[in-house]
Design a protein around this ligand. Structure first.
Ligand SMILES: Nc1ncnc2c1ncn2[C@@H]1O[C@H](COP(=O)(O)OP(=O)(O)OP(=O)(O)O)[C@@H](O)[C@H]1O
Ligand SMILES: [Mg+2]
Length: 304
């Protein structure tokens, strides 16, 4: 469906993309992740033919640089930064629908589901909408176009919790063959949306793997700790390690294999007297055991 072959893009001395190659098959949902400045937006812009680059990108067999109007016919885009459009919202929606051969009431319905009442904002200038409202409108237009490929740059960054859930829901309703490509600097943001993660580092593909593999490594174990009364030092230690309260004097965190060893060793070494109970359970077991009473796999009782 999409091929990216040896793409390189430099802005003066800054190499934003360096020898990036990947293929995206119909039905795949892919996230580009990486630190600020790692090249995510530039890669999306290359996919959309919005920047000149070395190498080749094709969508549905058509080259985005040579025949953009053919290659991009099947693509809808939600940009990271909304363009400063002067026109009123109603006109923007109408023009977009006409361009896409779609109906504008579909955009109104999509926006409504995201918590945006377009009829009330119809006369407002697009640029005067709030950041979140702009993002909702851009998302509604992209979703309404029912394009086989949806490209989004940090699509939920400005959305509130409810709108985010509604956006996830609308993505999930898309046909199985539809492609979603998005980028985010936080895996947490996109874990419900994608099944494959491409990590960029300094413009290069540092890793390309199924989401499940990545999550397994990042949050492989749930560590739950019960403390004795007045164990304030141990509490400070756990909070500093991003443990969250989960009951009276109980704290829990999902950690990687390495973190698990480190946190349990230090906790027992430095605060062993404060600990009543530590349990470590693989996170996969937790999800399988949802609704079923679960017993810890590793159970350490009391101080060493
Ligand atoms: N139009 C431009 N002119 C000059 N440099 C640019 C331009 N666009 C991007 N860059 C540079 O290319 C590199 C990659 O930028 P890009 O916007 O792709 O990063 P990103 O991964 O999307 O970051 P963020 O998470 O902050 O959105 C950065 O060093 C950036 O400064
Ligand atoms: Mg970006």
């Amino acid at each position: 469906m999409i091929t990216v072959a040896q793409v390189r893009k430099a802005f003066g001395p800054v190499v934003a993309l360096d020898d990036v190659s990947l293929r995206i098959a119909p039905g795949e949902r892919v996230a580009f992740v990486g630190a600020n400045g790692s090249g995510k937006t530039t890669l999306l812009r290359a996919l959309l033919g919005l920047v000149r680059f070395e190498g080749r990108v094709t969508i549905g067999g058509s080259d985005v640089s040579r025949e953009p109007e053919v290659a991009l016919r099947s693509v809808a885009y939600i940009p990271q930064i909304a363009p400063p459009i002067e026109a009123p919202v109603g006109e923007v929606v109408r023009a977009h629908a006409a361009l896409r051969g779609a109906r504008d009431d579909e955009t109104y319905a999509r926006a409504h589901r995201l918590g945006l009442d377009l009829s009330a904002s119809r006369a407002k200038r697009f640029r005067d909408l709030s950041g979140g409202m702009k993002q909702k409108l851009l998302a509604a237009m992209a979703l309404a176009s029912n394009a086989p490929v949806l490209v989004c740059d940090e699509p939920t960054a400005n959305l509130d919790g409810e709108a985010r859930a509604a956006f996830f829901e609308q993505l999930a309703e898309r046909p199985k063959s539809a492609v979603v490509v998005l980028c985010s600097h936080r895996i947490e943001e996109v874990r419900q949306l994608v099944d494959r993660v491409v990590e960029l580092r300094d413009g290069r593909v540092a890793r390309d793997a199924p989401l499940a593999d990545l999550l397994r490594e990042l949050r492989a174990f749930r560590v739950e700790v019960a403390l004795r009364e007045g164990a304030s030092n141990a509490e400070v230690f756990l909070r500093a390690r991003a443990f969250a309260p989960c009951g009276t004097r109980r704290y829990a965190a999902d950690v990687s294999q390495n973190e698990k060893l480190d946190v349990v060793t230090r906790l027992l070494r430095d605060h062993g007297g404060d600990v009543e109970d530590v349990s470590v359970v693989p996170v996969e077991d937790l999800s399988m055991a949802r609704g079923v009473e679960r017993g810890p796999r590793l159970h350490v009782v009391g101080a060493p």
